[in-house]
Design a protein. Structure first.
Length: 146
């Protein structure tokens, strides 16, 4: 009986554990339900070559809600964010454009802008941050998932 209780306790403990503290990073935004993303970017391919160098980014237009931007911070840290403005319901105007390290929503009329390194709104701390995806480099591959 003691063994059964021990196994039950261990099983519940393992199920309750999470592999990452950011599992619910996008759960509190009422405007957006992020799609499932599971990408593998091979840095040996020409379209992803810019990600070999810090300060460069690549936009994946057919991924996420309005596209995903992947940014190389320092060759070991990469960020990946959705290009839909997180403070609007996705619509024709909510796709953001990139200039340097700033993503801006200019079409909806409110000029929301976000830092693509942190995902935070640049002026209004009350706003939702950009929808973030996990990004991890392993050799010459970068995986982007949620």
């Amino acid at each position: 009986m003691n063994r059964l209780l021990l196994y039950l306790f261990l099983g519940l403990t393992l199920v309750a554990c999470s592999k990452n503290n950011n599992d619910n990073i996008n759960d509190n935004n009422p405007y957006i339900n992020p799609p499932i993303v599971n990408l593998n970017l091979n840095l040996n391919l020409p379209e992803y070559n810019p990600l070999r160098f810090p300060g460069n980014s690549v936009i994946l237009p057919q991924q996420g809600i309005k596209g995903i931007i992947v940014y190389n911070v320092n060759n070991s840290l990469y960020t990946a964010f959705d290009l839909t403005d997180p403070n609007h319901i996705p619509s024709g105007c909510s796709k953001m454009t990139i200039e340097g390290v700033v993503a801006t929503c200019t079409s909806c009329g409110d000029e929301n802008s976000y830092d693509i390194v942190t995902g935070q709104h640049q002026s209004n701390q009350q706003s939702y941050p950009m929808i973030q995806y996990r990004s991890q480099r392993n050799g010459d591959n970068i995986s982007v998932t949620n």
